[in-house]
Design a protein around this ligand. Sequence first.
Ligand code: SF4
Length: 399
Amino acid sequence: MLQTLPIPATQTSDLSDIVAKVDAGERLSYDDGLRLFRSNDLLTVGQLANQVNTRINGDKYVYFNQNRHINPTNVCAFHCNFCSFAKFKEDTPGAYTWTPEQIVERIRPDVHNRVTEFHIVGGLHPTLGFDYYVDILRALKKEYPWVHLKAFTGVEIDFFAQLTGKDHRTVLEELIEAGLGSMPGGGAEIFHPDIRNKICPEKADAATWLAIHGIAHDLGLHTNATMLYGHIESYEHRVDHLIRLREQQDRSGGFNTFIPLRYHPENNNLGRRLDWTTAHDTLKTIAVSRILLDNFPHVKAYWIMLTPPIAQLALHFGADDIDGTVVEEKIYHDAGATTEEQLDKFDLLRLIKAVGKTPVERDTLYNVIEIYDQPIETYAPDSRKTRRGEVKITHIELN
Ligand code: SF4
């Protein structure tokens, strides 16, 4: 389905009052955010984002981790119009559901002692009970006790509450008991009901999603937050989304990272709009997010969604994290992502060092594991695994 809803044309405008506010460390308003999105002065917006990032994180380090994504099932009871991942019945071609034991074995070849995080999200299975999800956490924790479990979006937590008749707090407490370490930021999409009711009407509404994250923070969990941009929303909806997140962070304080997710238009009901998001729009979205979310520690340039080159550029537009090794990614590749599903550690080091920054390997909670401050050659492997198998690296001496 071709979408023709127009994004307002960008315009040149004087941003000097906003520059002065950012210089003074003042919080920006909704109207300021809108003017930044409408401006085509990308370099000024990027410079402001850099300034905010430098104030919060310094201008030297960029974070990454060695993680492994796990999508336990793609069978889902919901019908989100932007989703290309879900299959609605177990016998639909391409549908899969892995048992906890199958998950443990599937990931075994990829799990070494420097993998510090499993990122676990998936479909809302229409017939399996809550025990299925609890058992996945228990099985992973038993087999890989050193790996942090970042699992289940606010939408999944709300679904589990509906499945069990328990409240959100109880559901979260039971998952924590099974090994849950933090929550990813998915399911936020766009909060404004004018858009949310069109793209994912069955999902927890904004207030519920935000309340679940507030409860998680109250229980001592850190969580992330996302925004799916570049479909039928306007700049107004994006700014509204960011302000709602900023207000929740003021209330509960447990968000670690904001991750703008670039919409992918293949194989779903929503399809491609005429002006599907561009590199310019992506860099501006990263930058405006960094400026408005002055109480979020980190903004991530998720290379899977942005492509490695754009993610690399985003490191000069306010992002201080490039995500991790990932290894297996289904959700965005089903929607047309053309990136690899895996980057190895050396790829990530190279991307970060090439923009003059120092890569820092972190765990999920941003504890520093290693700082890579030596020349890139120091870390070059002798051989690397590619899709075509193992290849030997030739080191060329340059005089
Ligand atoms: S986005 Fe999530 S909840 Fe919605 S249909 Fe896809 S898998 Fe199901």
